[in-house]
Write a protein that binds this ligand. Structure first.
Ligand code: CP
Ligand code: NVA
Length: 299
């Protein structure tokens, strides 16, 4: 049966850990299974901007010997209201897997329901599962383990934060999110999580003794109109040298990028010795290679 990746909840703990290890192995050896996806085509439907996710999926597919087809939503009949269920069934006849970046999680779910091919969520307003899977690769690479770590999230309780919550629920590491009032994670995402996942208001409490601190933009794609009010609400939630003093001396700083220097993160921290953001960006490539190997059957 085909397997989709719509949220990290779709994966078992062992599947997550083995994807992380496979990505690290690919990174070490420089390549996935040679020509594993020769003759296969991956479609990419993007309704929002992307640098890293699009390019790393395209490069990963090329490294595995396959092809990609980039589809901006506005150039397809989806922009003229062709139903998702029709698009899904038609594209399933041409393609071997589909990556989608869009607004509503429901759209990705509907696509997956009707498609006969694997559907991969490349970011919605609710989740960014591929990002957090590759971030786990970075954590394992830098810290040698995931279990037993304390991970802090400082800022918006957004799509990336939601996927971190899913990951902590599956893997059991400690995750403390510091979010301003009104910008906490969606209660439905927190539902059923254990005591290893906590939401607090104070960023220094989240970072205290943390091995990893994560942040992301204060206004995500689609929230541009809220920018001014968000800038005010998030004052005091910047990841900067003062905040890092509360963490462990070997704390690493992560950001999925793109970053707004001087807002959610200071220039000094982003460019400083604790920052792993460019290795983090690179690891998207290796994780996507591992994921495509796993989800697309070879010919
Ligand atoms: N981190 C991330 O998803 O970046 P892009 O928006 O550039 O794909
Ligand atoms: N939260 C950000 C992540 C970008 C990769 C957004 O949705 O715009």
């Amino acid at each position: 049966m085909k397997k989709d990746l719509l949220t990290i909840r779709d994966l078992e703990r062992e599947e997550i850990l083995s994807l992380v290890d496979r990505a690290l192995e690919i990174k070490k050896t420089g390549r996935g299974r040679p020509q594993a996806l020769m003759g296969r085509t991956l479609g990419l439907i993007f309704e929002k901007a992307s640098t890293r996710t699009r390019v790393s999926f395209e490069a990963a597919m090329a490294r595995l010997g396959g092809h990609t087809l980039f589809l901006s939503t506005k150039d397809t009949q989806m922009s003229r209201d062709e139903p998702v269920k029709d698009t899904a069934r038609v594209l399933s006849r041409y393609l071997d897997a589909l990556v989608i970046r869009t607004y509503a999680q429901e759209l990705v779910e509907e696509m997956a329901r009707w498609a006969r091919i694997p559907v991969i969520n490349a970011l919605t307003d609710l989740y960014h599962p591929c990002q957090v899977l590759s971030d786990l690769v970075t954590v394992k690479e830098k810290k040698g383990r995931i279990e037993g770590l304390k991970v802090a999230w400082v800022g918006d309780g957004n799509n990336v934060a939601h996927s971190w919550i899913n990951a902590a629920a599956k893997l059991g590491f400690q995750l403390v999110l510091a979010c301003p009032r009104g910008y906490e994670p969606d209660p439905s995402v927190l539902e059923g999580t254990g005591s290893n996942v906590r939401v607090v208001a104070d960023p220094s409490a989240a970072v205290r003794d943390a091995h990893v601190v994560n942040t992301d933009v204060w206004a995500s794609m689609g929230q541009e109109a809220e920018r001014e009010e968000r800038l005010a609400a998030f004052a005091g939630y910047q990841v900067n040298d003062d905040l890092l003093r509360h963490g462990r001396s070997d704390i690493i700083v992560m950001h999925c990028l793109p970053a707004h220097r001087g807002e959610e993160i200071s220039e000094e921290v982003l460019e400083g010795k604790a920052s792993v953001v460019f290795d983090q960006a690179e690891n998207k490539l290796h994780l996507h290679e591992a994921l495509l190997e796993r989800l697309i059957p070879a010919l």
